[in-house]
Design a protein around this ligand. Sequence first.
Ligand code: 13P
Length: 251
Amino acid sequence: MRKPFVAGNWKMNKTVEQAALLVADLLPGLEAVKTVERVICPPPTSFMVVSRLLAASDVGLGAQNLFWEESGAYTGELSVLMVKEFCKFVIIGHSERRSLFGETDDTVNLKMKSALAHDLFPILCVGESLEENESGQTGTVVARQVKKALEGIEAGVAEKIVVAYEPVWAIGTGKAASPETANEISRDVVRKNLAECFGANIAAKIRILYGGSVNKQNAADFFSQSDIDGGLIGGASLKAEEFVGIVDAAA
Ligand code: 13P
């Protein structure tokens, strides 16, 4: 019922020229898999070039962040309207934004509301740190992140939301979570809290992704879980063969 969803978060990688080369490498493989919603999220300097390269395909373009105001005196920020000029999707509340750039549950909530008000499809990232995991707080932390991010959002727009469960300790470490544990958090914490916010019917339609050291070898084990509907891919999204292999696994 839920269409599989795989997004590549390129993070702060690729110049314009490198981005164009990577998209050219990715496109044939990505275009072949229509049963999966495929999205790439390059840095904003490449939005123009990449959006042109994707124009004739059904591969979506996403941003890695936005600022909730439309314009104004916010030096260095990328406004929701600027994102909207090029992108259909936007990653919100990535753990690197939270830990390195001071994002909080409150700013994540403002970004979610702004994205939805402008008809963008937000990819909301949640996940516990190693310390939180080891002290048994995973469920509490993830539940709080989901609830706070969604405060004040109407059920009518909720189906646009995609949630990515990304345990911080699994990001870029080569140590992925176990698929069974990731599924438990997705089902018993993320989807349960989505149901409390929007009702069970809508919660059942929202895609939940796993992220953290996914590669083409382990992807199928995650995607075969009941409540993992795809992946948010970092390092492996920068290599065409790896990313296409992950998309194939989702199909
Ligand atoms: P890696 O796939 O490199 O672990 O990164 C995951 C991630 O942070 C995607 O947003």
